[in-house]
Design a protein around this ligand. Structure first.
Ligand code: GTP
Ligand code: MG
Length: 191
């Protein structure tokens, strides 16, 4: 897709604040600091659209972005960061689950994992939950630029053994993998 216009639409916590479900949505989820916002920016070729940070827990609301008046990207707050205050963490679960469970416009979930790490317990929980919900989803292994080619290949086979053969390597730094992720997005919104 040629991204002509991508704009921040709004932030929300509860369903009443979501924009009307008039366009297909692609939701990005993963552990805190894994690189969700960076993936969104690099897919769109727009630095700084979704706010990124070295501090985990940067994204605390559900943020909606609109692309070409054709589809929306939804940046979800990350899960699993211990240093985020308990009160904030308790708000996340209903916020994320509420969106994933009930959003009619949701066409694809992109579960983002760290290419350098073994499958993490919370990622596995999220993966199993997505599979059980029978939502269309894919798994993207980001920060691939931090690995050598041979390290990446061995990590990918370990991740694919758990998450299935469709795991896509990605780098927000180099945009390697962007075309493949867009292909999956196109297939989902055309379905
Ligand atoms: P929260 O909103 O806090 O949950 O984090 P997030 O998942 O949105 O992560 P974010 O995109 O803010 O990125 C976290 C940190 O990882 C930032 O310092 C990014 O620059 C870095 N980062 C993200 N993706 C990549 C990547 O593909 N390669 C490299 N080298 N760094 C990355
Ligand atoms: Mg973020």
């Amino acid at each position: 897709m040629k991204v002509v216009a991508a704009t921040f639409l709004k932030s929300a916590t509860a369903a009443a604040e979501y924009p009307p479900p008039t366009l297909p949505e692609v939701a990005f989820l993963g552990r805190s600091n894994v690189g969700k916002s960076s993936l969104i920016n690099s897919l769109l070729g727009m630095r700084g659209l979704a706010r990124t940070s070295q501090t985990p827990g940067r994204t605390q609301l559900i943020n909606f972005f609109e692309i070409n008046r054709e589809l929306r990207f939804v940046d979800l707050p990350g899960y699993g960061y211990a240093r985020v205050p308990q009160a904030v963490r308790e708000r996340w679960r209903p916020m994320i689950e509420g969106y994933l469970n009930r959003r009619s416009a949701l066409a694809l979930c992109v579960l983002i994992v760290d290419a350098r790490l073994e499958p993490q317990p919370l990622d596995l929980t999220m993966y199993e939950w997505l599979a059980a919900m029978s939502r269309r989803f894919c798994v993207v292994a980001t920060k691939a630029d931090k690995l050598s080619r041979s390290q990446l290949l061995s990590r990918l086979s370990a991740l694919r053994a758990v998450y299935g053969p469709g795991v896509l390597p990605y780098s927000a730094l180099t945009r390697a993998g962007a075309e493949q992720v867009w292909e999956v997005i196109h297939a989902a919104i055309a379905a």
